[in-house]
Design a binder for this molecule. Structure first.
Ligand code: BDR
Ligand code: CA
Length: 313
């Protein structure tokens, strides 16, 4: 089977970095481009991190600099308390000399210029995708599928607020725009990513390899725990789970449901409202990830990161 062409919109971000590693290591996907968006930290830093990670991972694709903040709201707070001021838990990568291309035009060119439809994996706020829809609606309609890390079912709705997951909280209007647009969406929410815990005990092949990737992953896991996040030394693999689904959709089960994003509420802005009622007026618009095959996901992370570690030396 030929590789699935993907474009990644990301705000690296420690778990974004792990997701990029997984993509770079997986022959099932062909990374056509990486667009950085502001989110976990500011755009200068996420763009620099995206380019530095592309260098480290030997990805030849173009790297874009996307939106510097939400569609129209004043900036919401970032997540430097989770990801460190440099977005990589303080880990310093060599600065890239790559040219950074304007992000939304790059996204439009990649989608419009491709012979095959492209899957877009979004692991940051949805601002770039909303801008694409606003400015290039016909091109946006060509997207094969959006695999969106964000939101959560109503039992696990939020981490940035009681009601909202970070990527939707950071730009609720963009998230609402995207979910109202007619393109297939897989929503990888907190209800799923909280199942996808990976800690040091789950990565024996990577530690045995012991190279540069192993060193960076070790740093990420330690810093995440030091910052007070995760569970028992293991990290919720929010963004890597979204990438894993692009690589192997059979890792999860989904339910076709109607999802809308709250962008008006005083204390609920960015909340994914997942409707389980199956009412005719609210037809399914989203495949919501419900269950994760955790042993297979952990095995994928370990095997692929170890292979990557050996290949980048
Ligand atoms: C999401 O928010 C960010 O902090 C992570 O990188 C991930 O994309 C999890 O809520
Ligand atoms: Ca992210």
């Amino acid at each position: 089977m030929s590789a699935r062409p993907i474009v990644i919109d990301t705000d690296p971000g420690v778990d974004d970095a792990l997701a990029l590693m997984l993509a770079a290591a997986s022959p099932e996907v062909d990374v056509r481009g990486i667009i950085a968006v502001a989110g976990n930290v500011g755009i200068d830093q996420t763009a620099a991190n995206a380019a530095a990670l592309a260098d480290l991972l030997e990805l030849a694709c173009p790297v874009g600099r996307g939106a510097a903040g939400p569609l129209w709201r004043r900036d919401t707070e970032n997540a430097a308390h989770v990801h460190g001021n440099n977005g990589l838990g303080g880990y310093e990568l060599p600065r890239s000399s790559r040219e950074l291309i304007p992000g939304v035009p790059l996204l439009a060119d990649l989608l419009g210029g491709s012979d095959e439809p492209i899957t877009v994996v979004t692991i940051g706020p949805l601002t770039d995708i909303a801008l694409l829809i606003n400015e290039h609606a016909d091109t946006a309609r060509q997207i094969e599928r959006l695999i969106v890390m964000g939101g959560g079912t109503l039992d696990v709705p939020g981490n940035a607020s009681a009601a909202a997951e970070f990527n939707f909280y950071a730009d609720p209007d963009a998230a609402a725009r995207v979910f109202a647009f007619d393109v297939p969406i897989t929503m990888v929410g907190l209800n799923a990513t909280h199942q996808a815990l990976v800690g040091p005990d789950d990565l024996p092949q990577l530690w045995a390899s012991g190279g540069r990737i192993a060193h960076l992953v070790e740093h990420i896991l330690e810093d995440y725990e030091r910052a007070g996040y995760g569970s028992g030394g293991a990290m919720e693999m929010h963004d890597p789970l979204a990438m894993a689904i692009a690589i192997d959709p059979t890792l999860v089960t989904t339910a076709a449901l109607h999802v809308d994003i709250e962008n008006v509420g005083r204390i609920t802005a960015g909340m994914a409202v997942v409707d389980h009622r199956h009412r005719p007026g609210s037809p399914p618009n989203t495949d919501v990830v419900m269950q994760v095959d955790v042993p297979r996901f952990r095995a994928l992370m370990d095997t692929r990161l170890a292979e990557l570690d050996r290949s980048v030396g």
